[in-house]
Write a protein that binds this ligand. Structure first.
Ligand SMILES: [Zn+2]
Ligand SMILES: [Zn+2]
Length: 377
Protein backbone atom coordinates (compact mmCIF):
# COMPACT_ATOMS: atom_id res chain seq x y z
CA UNK A 1 0.00 0.00 0.00
CA UNK A 2 2.76 2.46 0.95
CA UNK A 3 4.74 1.71 -2.20
CA UNK A 4 1.68 2.32 -4.39
CA UNK A 5 0.89 5.53 -2.52
CA UNK A 6 4.48 6.72 -2.98
CA UNK A 7 4.28 5.93 -6.69
CA UNK A 8 0.99 7.80 -7.03
CA UNK A 9 2.20 10.84 -5.13
CA UNK A 10 5.32 11.09 -7.30
CA UNK A 11 3.51 10.82 -10.60
CA UNK A 12 1.71 13.42 -12.66
CA UNK A 13 -0.42 13.57 -15.78
CA UNK A 14 -4.02 12.99 -16.81
CA UNK A 15 -6.09 10.41 -14.91
CA UNK A 16 -7.33 7.68 -17.21
CA UNK A 17 -11.11 7.35 -17.16
CA UNK A 18 -12.63 3.99 -16.30
CA UNK A 19 -9.80 2.89 -14.00
CA UNK A 20 -11.40 4.07 -10.77
CA UNK A 21 -8.50 6.46 -10.18
CA UNK A 22 -10.61 9.66 -10.27
CA UNK A 23 -13.10 8.35 -7.67
CA UNK A 24 -10.28 6.76 -5.65
CA UNK A 25 -8.31 10.00 -5.43
CA UNK A 26 -11.41 12.05 -4.53
CA UNK A 27 -12.14 9.46 -1.79
CA UNK A 28 -8.55 9.75 -0.55
CA UNK A 29 -8.69 13.57 -0.44
CA UNK A 30 -12.05 13.50 1.38
CA UNK A 31 -10.96 10.90 3.92
CA UNK A 32 -7.71 12.82 4.53
CA UNK A 33 -9.79 15.98 5.12
CA UNK A 34 -12.05 14.00 7.50
CA UNK A 35 -9.13 12.71 9.58
CA UNK A 36 -7.49 16.16 9.69
CA UNK A 37 -10.82 17.72 10.75
CA UNK A 38 -11.07 15.11 13.52
CA UNK A 39 -7.54 16.06 14.61
CA UNK A 40 -8.53 19.75 14.73
CA UNK A 41 -11.65 18.94 16.81
CA UNK A 42 -9.50 16.90 19.19
CA UNK A 43 -6.82 19.57 19.68
CA UNK A 44 -8.47 22.91 18.79
CA UNK A 45 -6.08 25.03 20.85
CA UNK A 46 -2.99 23.89 18.94
CA UNK A 47 -4.40 23.15 15.50
CA UNK A 48 -7.05 25.76 14.77
CA UNK A 49 -6.94 29.44 13.94
CA UNK A 50 -8.49 31.68 16.65
CA UNK A 51 -9.88 34.04 13.98
CA UNK A 52 -11.58 31.12 12.23
CA UNK A 53 -12.78 29.64 15.51
CA UNK A 54 -14.82 32.77 16.12
CA UNK A 55 -16.85 32.27 12.94
CA UNK A 56 -16.78 28.48 12.46
CA UNK A 57 -18.67 26.41 15.02
CA UNK A 58 -17.30 22.94 15.91
CA UNK A 59 -20.63 21.51 14.74
CA UNK A 60 -19.98 22.99 11.27
CA UNK A 61 -16.55 21.37 11.13
CA UNK A 62 -18.05 18.10 12.29
CA UNK A 63 -20.83 18.29 9.67
CA UNK A 64 -18.10 18.76 7.07
CA UNK A 65 -16.23 15.77 8.50
CA UNK A 66 -19.39 13.67 8.21
CA UNK A 67 -20.07 14.82 4.63
CA UNK A 68 -16.47 14.03 3.62
CA UNK A 69 -16.75 10.59 5.23
CA UNK A 70 -20.08 9.72 3.59
CA UNK A 71 -19.04 10.87 0.11
CA UNK A 72 -15.48 9.52 0.38
CA UNK A 73 -16.75 6.25 1.87
CA UNK A 74 -19.27 5.80 -0.95
CA UNK A 75 -16.63 6.37 -3.63
CA UNK A 76 -14.12 4.05 -1.94
CA UNK A 77 -16.82 1.40 -1.51
CA UNK A 78 -17.88 1.67 -5.17
CA UNK A 79 -14.28 1.05 -6.22
CA UNK A 80 -13.87 -1.80 -3.74
CA UNK A 81 -17.06 -3.53 -4.94
CA UNK A 82 -15.77 -3.40 -8.50
CA UNK A 83 -12.44 -4.77 -7.34
CA UNK A 84 -10.60 -1.66 -8.57
CA UNK A 85 -7.62 -0.14 -6.75
CA UNK A 86 -8.32 -1.96 -3.51
CA UNK A 87 -5.25 -0.47 -1.84
CA UNK A 88 -6.58 3.07 -2.44
CA UNK A 89 -10.02 2.25 -1.00
CA UNK A 90 -8.29 0.51 1.92
CA UNK A 91 -6.26 3.63 2.62
CA UNK A 92 -9.40 5.81 2.58
CA UNK A 93 -11.13 3.47 5.05
CA UNK A 94 -8.04 3.51 7.29
CA UNK A 95 -8.12 7.33 7.37
CA UNK A 96 -11.82 7.28 8.28
CA UNK A 97 -11.08 4.78 11.04
CA UNK A 98 -8.42 7.20 12.29
CA UNK A 99 -11.05 9.99 12.31
CA UNK A 100 -13.29 7.71 14.40
CA UNK A 101 -10.44 6.85 16.79
CA UNK A 102 -9.77 10.55 17.29
CA UNK A 103 -13.42 10.95 18.30
CA UNK A 104 -14.39 12.92 15.20
CA UNK A 105 -17.83 11.29 15.01
CA UNK A 106 -18.70 11.96 18.68
CA UNK A 107 -20.21 15.31 19.74
CA UNK A 108 -17.37 17.89 19.89
CA UNK A 109 -15.89 18.59 23.30
CA UNK A 110 -16.62 21.84 25.13
CA UNK A 111 -14.13 24.64 25.06
CA UNK A 112 -13.86 25.30 21.33
CA UNK A 113 -14.38 29.06 21.74
CA UNK A 114 -12.49 29.11 25.02
CA UNK A 115 -9.27 27.48 23.77
CA UNK A 116 -6.38 29.77 24.53
CA UNK A 117 -6.11 32.35 21.77
CA UNK A 118 -2.51 33.27 22.46
CA UNK A 119 -0.76 29.91 22.47
CA UNK A 120 1.25 29.04 19.36
CA UNK A 121 -0.88 27.18 16.86
CA UNK A 122 -0.85 25.87 13.29
CA UNK A 123 -3.75 26.60 10.97
CA UNK A 124 -4.71 23.03 10.12
CA UNK A 125 -8.41 23.99 10.03
CA UNK A 126 -7.64 26.77 7.56
CA UNK A 127 -5.77 24.27 5.37
CA UNK A 128 -8.65 21.73 5.36
CA UNK A 129 -11.38 24.32 4.74
CA UNK A 130 -9.48 26.20 2.04
CA UNK A 131 -8.32 23.03 0.27
CA UNK A 132 -11.87 21.66 0.04
CA UNK A 133 -13.41 25.00 -0.97
CA UNK A 134 -10.65 25.87 -3.47
CA UNK A 135 -10.62 22.51 -5.23
CA UNK A 136 -14.41 22.50 -5.41
CA UNK A 137 -14.69 26.04 -6.82
CA UNK A 138 -11.59 26.45 -8.96
CA UNK A 139 -11.23 22.96 -10.43
CA UNK A 140 -14.88 23.31 -11.48
CA UNK A 141 -14.23 26.71 -13.10
CA UNK A 142 -11.10 25.36 -14.83
CA UNK A 143 -12.97 22.36 -16.21
CA UNK A 144 -15.88 24.52 -17.42
CA UNK A 145 -13.81 27.26 -19.10
CA UNK A 146 -10.35 25.80 -19.69
CA UNK A 147 -7.64 27.84 -21.36
CA UNK A 148 -5.61 24.70 -22.06
CA UNK A 149 -8.06 21.79 -21.96
CA UNK A 150 -5.23 19.27 -22.30
CA UNK A 151 -3.59 20.45 -19.04
CA UNK A 152 -4.35 17.87 -16.32
CA UNK A 153 -5.27 18.72 -12.72
CA UNK A 154 -2.22 16.74 -11.60
CA UNK A 155 0.25 18.62 -13.82
CA UNK A 156 4.04 18.60 -13.39
CA UNK A 157 5.25 19.86 -9.98
CA UNK A 158 1.79 19.78 -8.37
CA UNK A 159 3.45 18.15 -5.36
CA UNK A 160 5.74 21.17 -4.80
CA UNK A 161 2.86 23.62 -4.97
CA UNK A 162 0.63 21.55 -2.70
CA UNK A 163 3.49 21.61 -0.17
CA UNK A 164 3.68 25.41 -0.49
CA UNK A 165 -0.11 25.56 -0.06
CA UNK A 166 0.07 23.32 3.01
CA UNK A 167 2.94 25.13 4.75
CA UNK A 168 1.62 28.64 3.97
CA UNK A 169 -1.71 27.66 5.52
CA UNK A 170 -0.14 26.06 8.60
CA UNK A 171 2.00 29.16 9.11
CA UNK A 172 -1.02 31.48 9.05
CA UNK A 173 -0.71 32.09 12.81
CA UNK A 174 2.96 32.93 12.59
CA UNK A 175 2.38 35.26 9.62
CA UNK A 176 -0.55 37.04 11.33
CA UNK A 177 1.42 37.47 14.53
CA UNK A 178 4.61 38.65 12.83
CA UNK A 179 2.91 41.06 10.43
CA UNK A 180 0.64 42.52 13.13
CA UNK A 181 3.64 43.04 15.38
CA UNK A 182 5.68 44.73 12.67
CA UNK A 183 2.79 46.92 11.49
CA UNK A 184 2.06 48.12 15.06
CA UNK A 185 5.74 48.73 15.83
CA UNK A 186 6.56 50.53 12.60
CA UNK A 187 3.45 52.50 11.74
CA UNK A 188 1.56 53.56 14.88
CA UNK A 189 3.15 57.04 14.67
CA UNK A 190 1.13 57.69 11.48
CA UNK A 191 -2.31 57.19 13.02
CA UNK A 192 -4.67 60.17 12.96
CA UNK A 193 -8.03 59.92 14.75
CA UNK A 194 -9.61 62.51 12.46
CA UNK A 195 -8.55 60.62 9.32
CA UNK A 196 -9.78 57.29 10.73
CA UNK A 197 -13.15 58.84 11.62
CA UNK A 198 -13.44 60.22 8.07
CA UNK A 199 -12.65 56.78 6.53
CA UNK A 200 -15.13 54.99 8.80
CA UNK A 201 -17.87 57.50 7.93
CA UNK A 202 -17.67 56.61 4.21
CA UNK A 203 -20.43 54.45 2.68
CA UNK A 204 -19.48 50.72 2.70
CA UNK A 205 -18.87 50.42 -1.08
CA UNK A 206 -16.75 53.56 -1.19
CA UNK A 207 -14.70 52.51 1.84
CA UNK A 208 -14.12 49.10 0.26
CA UNK A 209 -13.07 50.66 -3.04
CA UNK A 210 -10.69 53.01 -1.23
CA UNK A 211 -9.16 50.08 0.67
CA UNK A 212 -8.68 48.04 -2.52
CA UNK A 213 -7.14 50.99 -4.32
CA UNK A 214 -4.72 51.85 -1.51
CA UNK A 215 -3.79 48.18 -0.98
CA UNK A 216 -3.19 47.58 -4.69
CA UNK A 217 -1.05 50.70 -5.05
CA UNK A 218 1.15 49.43 -2.21
CA UNK A 219 1.09 45.93 -3.73
CA UNK A 220 2.18 47.43 -7.07
CA UNK A 221 5.11 49.27 -5.51
CA UNK A 222 6.29 46.30 -3.41
CA UNK A 223 5.85 43.90 -6.32
CA UNK A 224 7.89 46.19 -8.55
CA UNK A 225 10.62 46.36 -5.91
CA UNK A 226 10.56 42.55 -5.69
CA UNK A 227 11.38 42.47 -9.41
CA UNK A 228 13.82 45.33 -9.63
CA UNK A 229 15.92 44.96 -6.48
CA UNK A 230 18.07 41.79 -6.76
CA UNK A 231 18.07 40.80 -3.04
CA UNK A 232 14.26 40.84 -3.11
CA UNK A 233 14.03 39.14 -6.52
CA UNK A 234 15.68 36.04 -5.00
CA UNK A 235 12.56 35.56 -2.89
CA UNK A 236 10.07 36.48 -5.62
CA UNK A 237 11.81 34.28 -8.23
CA UNK A 238 10.35 31.30 -6.36
CA UNK A 239 6.83 32.45 -7.32
CA UNK A 240 7.94 33.00 -10.92
CA UNK A 241 9.60 29.59 -11.24
CA UNK A 242 6.22 28.00 -11.89
CA UNK A 243 5.92 26.73 -15.46
CA UNK A 244 2.27 25.64 -15.43
CA UNK A 245 -0.39 28.05 -14.27
CA UNK A 246 -3.50 26.83 -12.48
CA UNK A 247 -5.43 27.42 -9.23
CA UNK A 248 -2.64 25.86 -7.15
CA UNK A 249 0.24 27.72 -8.82
CA UNK A 250 -0.34 30.99 -6.96
CA UNK A 251 0.43 29.20 -3.69
CA UNK A 252 4.10 28.99 -4.62
CA UNK A 253 5.24 31.93 -2.51
CA UNK A 254 8.33 32.18 -0.34
CA UNK A 255 7.38 32.88 3.27
CA UNK A 256 9.83 35.84 3.28
CA UNK A 257 7.88 37.46 0.45
CA UNK A 258 4.57 36.76 2.22
CA UNK A 259 5.82 38.49 5.38
CA UNK A 260 7.12 41.54 3.51
CA UNK A 261 4.06 41.95 1.29
CA UNK A 262 1.51 41.39 4.07
CA UNK A 263 3.23 43.82 6.45
CA UNK A 264 3.42 46.62 3.89
CA UNK A 265 -0.12 46.09 2.55
CA UNK A 266 -1.53 45.86 6.10
CA UNK A 267 0.19 49.10 7.11
CA UNK A 268 -2.17 51.55 5.33
CA UNK A 269 -5.17 49.39 6.31
CA UNK A 270 -4.12 49.74 9.95
CA UNK A 271 -3.19 53.43 9.72
CA UNK A 272 -6.38 54.45 7.90
CA UNK A 273 -8.49 52.42 10.34
CA UNK A 274 -10.83 50.68 7.88
CA UNK A 275 -13.94 49.03 9.38
CA UNK A 276 -13.92 45.31 10.23
CA UNK A 277 -16.66 44.49 7.69
CA UNK A 278 -14.78 46.25 4.89
CA UNK A 279 -11.55 44.42 5.75
CA UNK A 280 -13.39 41.07 5.78
CA UNK A 281 -14.94 41.79 2.36
CA UNK A 282 -11.52 42.78 1.02
CA UNK A 283 -9.94 39.52 2.28
CA UNK A 284 -12.61 37.46 0.49
CA UNK A 285 -12.25 39.43 -2.78
CA UNK A 286 -8.43 39.43 -2.81
CA UNK A 287 -8.34 35.73 -1.87
CA UNK A 288 -10.65 34.84 -4.76
CA UNK A 289 -8.95 37.13 -7.29
CA UNK A 290 -5.42 36.00 -6.40
CA UNK A 291 -6.32 32.36 -7.08
CA UNK A 292 -8.44 33.11 -10.16
CA UNK A 293 -5.64 35.15 -11.77
CA UNK A 294 -3.43 32.04 -11.86
CA UNK A 295 -6.18 29.68 -13.03
CA UNK A 296 -6.06 27.71 -16.27
CA UNK A 297 -9.17 29.56 -17.38
CA UNK A 298 -10.05 31.34 -20.60
CA UNK A 299 -11.83 34.32 -19.09
CA UNK A 300 -11.98 37.54 -21.12
CA UNK A 301 -13.72 40.76 -20.03
CA UNK A 302 -13.28 43.07 -23.05
CA UNK A 303 -12.60 46.72 -22.17
CA UNK A 304 -12.90 45.87 -18.44
CA UNK A 305 -9.47 44.23 -18.76
CA UNK A 306 -8.02 47.75 -18.79
CA UNK A 307 -9.59 48.29 -15.36
CA UNK A 308 -9.42 44.94 -13.56
CA UNK A 309 -6.66 42.35 -13.31
CA UNK A 310 -7.82 39.17 -15.06
CA UNK A 311 -6.17 35.76 -15.62
CA UNK A 312 -4.89 36.96 -19.03
CA UNK A 313 -3.23 40.00 -17.41
CA UNK A 314 -1.51 37.97 -14.68
CA UNK A 315 -0.60 35.10 -17.01
CA UNK A 316 1.42 37.66 -18.98
CA UNK A 317 3.14 38.63 -15.74
CA UNK A 318 4.40 35.03 -15.51
CA UNK A 319 5.46 34.87 -19.17
CA UNK A 320 9.04 34.22 -20.25
CA UNK A 321 8.57 36.30 -23.40
CA UNK A 322 10.73 39.42 -23.64
CA UNK A 323 7.91 41.89 -24.20
CA UNK A 324 6.36 40.77 -20.89
CA UNK A 325 9.38 40.77 -18.56
CA UNK A 326 8.85 42.99 -15.50
CA UNK A 327 5.36 44.00 -16.59
CA UNK A 328 1.78 43.76 -15.20
CA UNK A 329 2.52 44.17 -11.49
CA UNK A 330 -0.96 45.06 -10.26
CA UNK A 331 -2.98 42.46 -8.35
CA UNK A 332 -6.50 43.93 -8.62
CA UNK A 333 -6.57 47.03 -10.85
CA UNK A 334 -4.93 46.74 -14.27
CA UNK A 335 -5.25 50.50 -14.85
CA UNK A 336 -2.43 51.06 -12.33
CA UNK A 337 0.00 49.38 -14.76
CA UNK A 338 -1.50 51.27 -17.73
CA UNK A 339 -1.10 54.50 -15.77
CA UNK A 340 2.55 53.84 -14.92
CA UNK A 341 3.39 52.46 -18.37
CA UNK A 342 4.22 48.96 -17.14
CA UNK A 343 1.40 47.02 -18.83
CA UNK A 344 1.93 44.40 -21.55
CA UNK A 345 -0.05 45.19 -24.69
CA UNK A 346 -1.22 41.74 -25.80
CA UNK A 347 -4.97 41.75 -25.33
CA UNK A 348 -5.76 39.08 -27.94
CA UNK A 349 -3.10 36.55 -27.09
CA UNK A 350 -1.99 34.32 -24.24
CA UNK A 351 1.66 33.68 -23.39
CA UNK A 352 3.18 30.45 -24.64
CA UNK A 353 5.86 29.88 -21.96
CA UNK A 354 5.94 30.61 -18.24
CA UNK A 355 8.80 30.70 -15.78
CA UNK A 356 12.09 32.42 -14.96
CA UNK A 357 14.36 33.11 -17.95
CA UNK A 358 17.40 31.12 -16.78
CA UNK A 359 15.44 28.48 -14.83
CA UNK A 360 17.70 29.27 -11.86
CA UNK A 361 15.23 28.25 -9.16
CA UNK A 362 15.54 24.57 -8.23
CA UNK A 363 12.52 22.27 -8.10
CA UNK A 364 11.14 21.05 -4.76
CA UNK A 365 9.71 22.86 -1.74
CA UNK A 366 12.74 22.76 0.59
CA UNK A 367 15.24 23.74 -2.07
CA UNK A 368 13.01 26.66 -3.02
CA UNK A 369 12.77 27.68 0.63
CA UNK A 370 16.54 28.02 0.98
CA UNK A 371 17.08 29.29 -2.58
CA UNK A 372 17.15 33.04 -1.67
CA UNK A 373 19.96 32.36 0.84
CA UNK A 374 22.00 29.99 -1.31
CA UNK A 375 25.12 30.80 -3.30
CA UNK A 376 23.47 29.69 -6.55
CA UNK A 377 21.56 32.95 -6.60
ZN1 LIG B 1 6.12 39.06 -10.05
ZN1 LIG C 1 1.50 35.12 -9.80
Amino acid sequence: MLRELQQLSRSHGPLRAGTGLVGGIIALVLSTAASLAALVLRFPGALSTPELRQSVEPSTLQALLMACSVLGGALALANALRGRLLWLSGLSFLLMALAALLGGYRPPAEGWQLSAAHTPYVGLDWFVLDLLASTLIFVFIEKQFPLRPEQPVFRAEWQTDLQHFFVNHLLVGFVLLATNLMVHRLFSWAISDALQAWVQALPFALELLLLMLVADLIQYAVHRALHEWPPLWRFHAVHHSIKTLDWLAGSRLHVGEVLLMRTLVLAPIYVLGFSRGVIDAYIVIIGFQAVLNHCNVNLRLGWLEYVLVTPNFHHWHHSQQHEALDRNYAGQFAFIDHLFGSAVRAPDRWPSRYGVIDDAVPPGFWRQLIYPFSRRT
